[in-house]
Design a protein around this ligand. Structure first.
Ligand SMILES: C[S@@+](CC[C@H](N)C(=O)[O-])C[C@H]1O[C@@H](n2cnc3c(N)ncnc32)[C@H](O)[C@@H]1O
Ligand SMILES: Nc1nc2[nH]cc(C(=O)O)c2c(=O)[nH]1
Ligand code: SF4
Ligand SMILES: [Mg+2]
Length: 217
């Protein structure tokens, strides 16, 4: 059984695949936050910009097996056959609590590339085509290799220097959107400090949340 908060067709907004049309599958639930505002301040991840509770979002629900969820996600891909490769992005919540070999195979059978957005605290299954790891504070990183490491910045307990030796092809810094909570640790100008870090440390590239700029999901 898979629990999906919402699923939708949009453009990947972040990281090295920004701009690519994709079906998003947002799994419900996370191992670092209950999703309740009352728990945010004491959670292991406290700056989440997403509603991760329940299955009541657009195209959300419970799916009994990989084939049922695979067919549901495939139905959201409206692209005309122009040679573009369909992609599904598994996110959440924390997708590695639910994503398994059967669901990866179900999407590959339907011709989809499989991308994942994870907090990196759980090991990823094999067969993922684009793995994005986004570390959270001092929560130990289990997944230390992948296609991109995309660090929300700044985080006092997760300085970029900790990650540069790890096995990622691309390193991105993404300014923390402090809108989720008014009294956040970093309510200052996260954009300016992120740009300054990338200028001083050219190994790191700037990742903007372009879907928020474009006003899309
Ligand atoms: C909502 S998370 C879900 C996937 C997974 N749990 C994770 O944390 O990577 C999706 C992406 O949004 C990023 N994100 C979450 N809150 C953010 C914020 N306040 N500002 C900028 N990026 C944020 C995460 O770091 C992650 O890259
Ligand atoms: N357009 C768009 N791109 C995204 N890339 C990662 C997202 C996420 O929430 O995981 C996300 C999202 O929520 N929307
Ligand atoms: S780990 Fe990801 S889904 Fe979980 S609370 Fe943090 S940003 Fe949100
Ligand atoms: Mg998002």
């Amino acid at each position: 059984m898979y629990s999906v908060k919402e699923a939708f067709y949009s453009l990947q907004g972040e990281g090295g695949q920004a701009g690519r049309a994709s079906v998003f599958c947002r799994f419900a639930g996370c191992n670092l936050w209950s999703g309740r505002e009352a728990d945010r301040a004491t959670a292991a991840c406290h700056f989440c910009d997403t509603d991760i509770r329940g299955t009541d979002g657009q195209n959300g629900g419970r799916f009994g097996d990989a084939d049922a969820l695979g067919a549901h996600l495939e139905s959201l891909w409206p692209g005309v056959p122009d040679g573009a490769h369909p992609q599904v992005i598994f996110t959440g919540g924390e997708p590695l609590l639910q994503l398994d070999d059967a669901l990866i195979a179900a999407m590959h059978e339907r011709g989809f590339d499989v991308a994942v957005e994870t907090n990196g605290t759980l090991a990823a299954p094999a067969g993922i085509d684009w793995l994005c790891v986004s570390p959270k504070g001092r929560n130990p990183l289990v997944q230390t290799r992948g296609d991109e490491l995309k660090l929300v910045y700044p985080q006092d307990e997760a300085p970029p220097e900790r990650f540069t030796g790890m096995g990622f092809r691309h390193f991105y810094l993404q300014p923390m959107d402090s809108a989720p909570l008014a009294s956040m640790e970093h309510s200052g100008d996260t954009m300016a400090s992120t740009v300054a870090y990338c200028l001083a440390n050219p190994r790191w590239r700037l990742s903007l949340q372009t879907h928020k700029i474009a006003g899309i999901d």
